[in-house]
Write a protein that binds this ligand. Sequence first.
Ligand code: HEC
Length: 117
Amino acid sequence: MKLPFSEKFLGFSMGFLVFLFAACSQNQPVSGQSDGGGKIYAEYCAGCHDGGVVGWISGAPQTGEASEWKPYFSKGLDKMTASAIKGPGNMDPKGGCDQCSEEQIRSAIEYIQEKTL
Ligand code: HEC
């Protein structure tokens, strides 16, 4: 399979994944952080929702692309939070953040909303 990406872009994506891995391995507690939404997003959601190869393969709506998110946000945050906790389509339940509370998932979605709409 030939991916429609330049080597430069792939290199960037790999660098980004390494960065994400480094960010994850700092082993900070998820709860009790003032900017919880952004932190959770960066650690658990950005891999798919911030573009790059994984996001492209999974088909995740991309943060910053209002047209991709509109159909979801039109349902309202309550329904989106409930759906994200169950794990829609190719997304893992809670986006893989098993220890995240409903509030934390919601604040990560609010962060996406802030960056997108
Ligand atoms: C493995 C990749 C992956 C990860 C990690 C991931 N998502 Fe998703 N997400 C998806 C995909 C794919 C969809 C589209 C699902 C569909 O509609 O079929 C989606 C959809 C969503 C939706 C819309 C759900 C709906 O039905 O209204 C929300 C909200 C969301 N993600 C939030 C998050 C949050 C918050 C995180 C981090 C805690 C996260 N995602 C992590 C892949 C991912």
